[in-house]
Ligand binder design. Structure first.
Ligand code: ACO
Length: 171
């Protein structure tokens, strides 16, 4: 079992994993248009943390890091990630992969991207999962950091997670 984080960087092997992941999103997120899923998964400003087992993608999270500094010349930086899609393939759900995936995402986002928070529009039926991963419906992040940057999405509830600055999330 391994956890990797790739974007569409022209490496063949990364592309194979990203295609596997977009197929899982296509099946697990039936309300999302397929073209929209492909567009974001293959977009170079998005990254995907994936669980790979026996050379197969089991699931993943696609997110966009926002890292602009001195936003609006106000000396505030963004440093948050927007989670676009999150799913585990049907026959591997509720086995703990979703939790381990989120922990790897937090570790990577903090240590590689320098992020402090995540935001996501959670589907109603996934709110319970996000709460277990430390997300809240209260948004503490200053509006200046995110308003106008993340896409409004009717079918979901905006949720936030603060990334602990020190905690080891993975072993
Ligand atoms: N509602 C409530 N609790 C849940 C849900 C849920 N939909 N899914 C998992 N949990 C709970 C589990 O019971 C478990 O609780 P426990 O620790 O007390 O036992 C905990 O959350 C973690 O469970 P995992 O096994 O780690 O979760 P899993 O591997 O199944 O991954 C996920 C969760 C990603 C939601 C998966 O079930 C899935 O792909 N669902 C379908 C697609 C989906 O809804 N994705 C999210 C849409 S929102 C978005 O993408 C931004």
């Amino acid at each position: 079992l391994k956890f990797v984080c790739y974007s569409n960087d022209g490496v063949d092997e990364h592309m194979v994993w990203l295609i596997g992941l977009k197929n899982i999103f296509g099946r697990q997120l039936p309300n999302m248009p397929k073209e929209y899923i492909v567009r974001l998964v293959m977009d170079r400003s998005h990254k995907s943390v994936m669980v790979i087992r026996r050379n197969q993608v089991v699931g993943g999270i696609t997110y966009r890091p926002y890292v602009r500094l001195n936003l609006h010349s106000l000396n505030i930086s963004q440093k948050f990630g927007e989670i676009a899609f999150c799913a585990i393939t049907a026959d591997e759900q509720v086995k703990g992969y979703g939790t381990r995936l989120m922990n790897h995402l937090k570790q990577h986002a903090r240590d590689v991207d320098g992020l402090t928070h995540f935001l996501t529009y959670a589907d109603n039926n996934a709110v319970g999962y996000f709460i277990k991963q430390g997300f809240t419906k209260e948004i503490h992040l200053e509006k200046d950091r995110w308003r106008g940057y993340i896409k409004d999405y009717d079918g979901g509830i905006l949720m936030e997670c603060k990334i602990d600055p020190k905690l080891p999330y993975t072993d």
